[in-house]
Design a protein around this ligand. Sequence first.
Ligand code: ADP
Length: 483
Amino acid sequence: VRGALARADLHRGQAYVDGAWISAASGLTIAVDDPFTGAVIGSVPSLARGECQAAIDAAERAFPAWSRELARTRGAILRRWYDLVMAHQEDLARLITLENGKPIREARAEVAYGAGFIEFYAEEAGRIFGETIPANVPGRRLMVEHEPVGVCAAITPWNFPLAMLTRKAAPAFAAGCTMVAKPASQTPLAALALAVLAEEAGLPRGVLNVITGKASMIGDLLTASPVVRKISFTGSTEIGAQLMQASAAQIKRLSLELGGNAPLLVFDNADLDAALDTAMVAKFRNSGQSCVAANRIYVQRGIYETFLIALTARIARMRFGDGFDEATDIGPLIDLPGVAKVEEHLDEAVAGGGKLLIGGKAAGGRLMPPTLVRDVAADALLTREETFGPLAGVIPFDTIEQGVALANATPFGLAAYMCSSDPATIARVGRDIESGMVGINTGLISTAVVPFGGVKMSGLGREGSRHGLAEYLNMKYLCHAGL
Ligand code: ADP
């Protein structure tokens, strides 16, 4: 059976609230489909407002004990959770491919990447150190402690259904926070499987709750609740702005990982193979459905033709199709609106003077071939909006200044990539590029140990590293006088 699991109980059709698996009292459900076949592969409850409120209540009840638990105990539970996730890597990867469509090799990599956050924060839990500050007046002791923020909410997208949750939940739990998580309706299964394993790892009831249902209702409930002290969201800039606005009334803390529009700059002096590797992974990983995907490829004039010939040859070798086929490089897109958007970007690029080198429109269903268009206009739609699909548009440039100006001509600033073998070029572009992350001669930069996040309209805050832990901590300054 397609997507059959060694442990069938990891595929859940209920939400997880206060340590119990629940359905909606109304009986309403949301169907989950397989993007490759289009067949329904399961469903999750469409919870009512009150049922979602119960998750917030459970997280509130769990908070006092969890926040006062020994840090090393929280770390040990996280460590067991990590071990369980890795022990079930294959099952979790199959669930991800089933609900998201991505190639199974990439799904396995997502599990390892996502588990990396749990492992990292298991270790960090015991390293939440405070500070003492030399007193400014005699007889005083000035101290800073870090406290968990409280009940947190996580709203996650469909493109990395497992990793986008672990990188929020693991630092939250390490800090002593409790959480209500709402996965994307297209891909709720990986999040629910994570809850099964968290419970097995010994996470006390109410610390993690996973709710499913209508996104706008849940968003309204979470932002309106005075109990929820922080929201961590990964998704579109539009919804991020809505959540920010709705959070203003209660001055909630926010971490926002929003849209990106990553440029890749390939300079004349780049190593050709490294530049090709960078372009392939930065553009085509997850079928281009990544917020750090290279959306716009700018190539300096001297290497332009050589690069295009070699990139076309690389793309010609890619296999697109069923994510469950071990040989597949590009799976289906998540849904038909996703396909329509990529086709719109392709049509517009060609209408604006771009020339199609390989690929083209959808091959039926949600499958799109990897596609390359050269001589794309510098103001084409694909340079302005996130494409989120396997379409690469290439644009020539002449000078470093011109390349950087093109790269920065966007309201977004999540990731940027450059390929060059000249230290001065690298240093200059690294200084001048407006983005939260820069890949230099590589298109694969994300890991648990680094601060992931953006500038400009790409968001607020960082995930991963010790900085990602600070997002779940409040500082408390204590001034002790009369000593
Ligand atoms: P994407 O383009 O990745 O689907 P979205 O921002 O639409 O980006 O979705 C990201 C997450 O936000 C998903 O879990 C989605 O269900 C959720 N979401 C969508 N609309 C809202 C909303 N109004 N309030 C809260 N969450 C929302």
